[in-house]
Design a binder for this molecule. Structure first.
Ligand code: PLP
Length: 413
């Protein structure tokens, strides 16, 4: 795999050189599409993406022009189809052909639905494989399901600065494995798993594979169909900038759809919900994954955010994500290593997403100090500072300036 942005950082030794990269950035105009407070350097778009200006306008129009005037007629004028239309829009960003992706509830609930669905498809198998560094909600949901169903979790422990690798997964799966589930991009290290190879390892044991794409969608290329993924979920409030609590998506591979069931039999997952008939019969298409009334305001916001990502193009986004993270790593190595800061993300650009984890024994206090000085980052215990570099809004000078603030903190100035 080539690392298209890898050369960009090479000789950046001054702020002016970082500014020159911004001047030549093919995505530089996209930043103007977002509301960004002038007094902060925002390196947390991988927790909550910023507000697209068009979202503010669209939501006002929806609230005043649709809800305010059309009232319940809005459902027949497009609202009811939003879970599938927005789902297909997001599927398009993930290498998923139409009809396989729908918008649901929170990522946690979507994950519960698809994990449960997978287990129904593998009766008689007693194990679920995931890793100790998977995102907490994924671990907890799987633990809850295992307890309810009397199954066992097989905990993988990968190198913490990386994540799931196929040969280690292959060693953990077997004829008892029903489900394998990992994050495609690790929320801690930013490691990008090899989706095709890990999925193959699960399939060779006869298990189904469920991916969490929360840190992937809108930041790295994903090829769900081509890589043979069975099931996937992900949130839309990070790199898709869908807003706080924006609804998550669910993907089910086309061949599995007719057999897939899910545990929350709500009316909107039923064949013709408005018949209001007795008894539950799943919809024939991906609507069978739905349960209740779709969150229309949230979906309208996701539409805007995902539209901006489509216009920028995932290849250009990826290229800049690599260049930004390369720059951050180069600055850490050259200007912060002497203060005890080290990189805890993969150094190979091809297997690193759009954030960089750096470690320092005083990471918690340093994060607080950074935030106090207007540099918004995340702390991840026990010793990680996470720098989220959102290609559509983060500038090269932001990386430079943020790390200079960190350097000043470390130097006690
Ligand atoms: C990998 C991953 N999964 C799930 C979530 C969150 O789940 P939910 O949207 O249910 O809060 C996050 C949030 O940061 C995440 O990083």
């Amino acid at each position: 795999v080539s690392d298209p942005g890898a050369a960009v950082h090479a000789d950046v030794a001054t702020r002016e050189q970082a500014a020159a990269l911004d001047a030549n950035d093919p995505l530089r105009e996209f930043r103007e599409l977002f509301e960004l407070p002038p007094d902060v350097i925002y390196l947390d778009g991988n927790s909550l993406g910023p507000l697209p200006r068009s979202t503010r306008d669209r939501l006002r129009e929806l609230v005043e022009g649709e809800w305010g005037t059309r009232l319940i007629r809005g459902w027949d004028e497009g609202w009811i189809d939003l879970p599938v239309t927005v789902g297909d829009q997001i599927g398009g960003l993930l290498g998923a052909g139409p009809g396989q992706t729908v918008m649901g509830d929170s990522t946690s609930v979507c994950f519960y639905k698809l994990a449960s669905a997978a287990l129904e498809l593998r009766p008689g198998r007693s194990e679920i494989v995931t890793d100790v560094d998977n995102f907490p909600t994924d671990r907890y949901v799987l633990e809850g399901i295992a307890q309810q169903r009397g199954l066992e979790i097989v905990w993988a422990q990968f190198d913490r600065t990386r994540g799931p690798v196929a040969d280690e997964v292959a060693a953990l799966v077997g004829e008892r494995t029903a489900l394998v589930s990992f994050s495609h991009v690790s929320y801690r290290s930013a490691f990008v798993a090899d989706m095709a190879a890990v999925t193959r390892a699960a399939h060779e044991a006869g298990a189904l594979m469920l991916w969490d794409l929360s840190h992937s969608v809108g930041s790295v290329p994903v090829a769900l169909d081509a890589d043979g993924a069975d099931l996937a979920v992900g949130c839309t409030y990070k790199y898709l900038n869908g807003g706080p609590g924006a609804p998550a998506f669910m993907y089910v591979r086309r061949e599995l759809l007719p057999e897939v069931g899910q545990p929350i039999w709500g009316w909107l997952g039923r064949r013709d919900p408005f018949e209001m008939a007795p008894g539950y019969e799943s919809a024939a298409d991906a609507r069978r994954l739905l349960s209740g009334t779709p969150p229309v305001l949230g979906l309208a916001a996701v539409q805007q955010g995902a539209g901006i990502v489509s216009r920028a193009g995932i290849d250009r986004i990826r290229e800049k994500g690599i260049a930004l993270t390369e720059l951050a790593i180069a600055i850490v190595d050259s200007r912060l290593a002497d203060f005890g800061v080290s990189v805890a993300s993969p150094r190979e650009a091809s297997c690193r997403g759009a954030h960089v984890a750096i470690t320092h024994p005083d990471a918690r206090a340093l994060c607080a100090g950074l935030i106090e000085r207007g540099v918004i980052v995340d702390f991840r215990g026990p010793d990680v500072i996470r720098l989220g570099l959102s290609p559509l809004v983060t500038r090269y000078v932001d990386v430079w300036d943020a790390l200079e603030v960190l350097r000043a903190l470390l130097a006690g100035s």
